[in-house]
Write a new protein. Structure first.
Length: 76
């Protein structure tokens, strides 16, 4: 029962409430306050190269893809 995102496991355990409760008690990762895992990209879920200016909360790759759609202009 390995997964990169523990929320996927919770969906699998919906039919087994006892097992789900035990999983949440022992295996749920703690909330991060500092470090690279504290913030994720809202679009793709990456941890690194995070842009939080203007409340964007995007990684740099996602920002490059949607920058013009959200109103940013590229100046050479």
């Amino acid at each position: 029962m390995t997964s990169s995102d523990w929320r996927k496991i919770l969906k699998q355990l919906e039919s087994k409430p006892e097992v789900k409760e035990k999983f949440l008690k022992h295996c749920k990762p703690k909330e991060r306050k500092t470090g690279i895992a504290a913030r994720k990209c809202e679009r793709c879920g990456r941890f690194g190269a995070h842009i939080k200016s203007y409340g964007l909360n995007l990684c740099r790759q996602c920002f490059r893809e949607i920058a013009e759609e959200i109103g940013f202009k590229k100046y050479s």
